[in-house]
Write a protein that binds this ligand. Structure first.
Ligand code: ZN
Ligand code: ZN
Length: 154
């Protein structure tokens, strides 16, 4: 995704209205690595600009996606995520807290279909599902062993 200043210029050139709400979203999305959903952006934006509508958020996200500034990531866990990193990369999703991280994979990413069946592949994206460090740690802390100890001490 281009910088908020560059995007403001693009919107002006396209004669799209450059409302302050849009500029706020540009700055919230620029170099944002959290892969936010429309709702989470709405929450963040509302704090800074009370009264901003969810409709404006969806509209701006749609425009940015159409312009190729955002990548939509839909992995079947929770809502669609918006990623300003439009380059080829892969994701890890935590099934517990739904955090999404960019990941590098060790093997060659140049996978191909064993039975191509004439499909024309435009891009390859791998999604790893599991538990993030934070959630993994939380679970270890609350292991059955420590729970048994808790009961014993009560
Ligand atoms: Zn997690
Ligand atoms: Zn990403």
């Amino acid at each position: 995704m281009r910088s908020p200043t560059e995007l403001a210029q693009v919107f002006r050139d396209k004669q799209l209205k450059l409302k302050p709400q849009r500029q706020l979203l540009f700055s919230r999305l620029h170099q944002n690595k959290s892969h936010p959903t429309a709702e989470s952006l709405y929450e963040i934006a509302s704090k800074q600009m009370p009264g901003i509508s969810l409709r404006t958020i969806y509209q701006t996200l749609g425009e940015l996606a159409e312009m190729g500034e955002l990548q939509l990531v839909d992995v079947g866990i929770g809502a669609t995520r918006f990623d300003p990193n439009t380059g080829d990369h892969h994701h890890f999703v935590c099934e517990s807290c739904r955090a999404m991280h960019d990941v590098d994979i060790l093997t060659s990413p140049k996978m191909s279909l064993r039975r191509g069946g004439g499909f024309a592949v435009n891009e390859v994206g791998v999604v790893f599902c599991g538990r993030c460090n934070r959630c993994n740690h939380k679970q270890q802390v609350r292991s059955p062993e420590s729970q048994a100890k808790d009961k014993a001490s009560n």
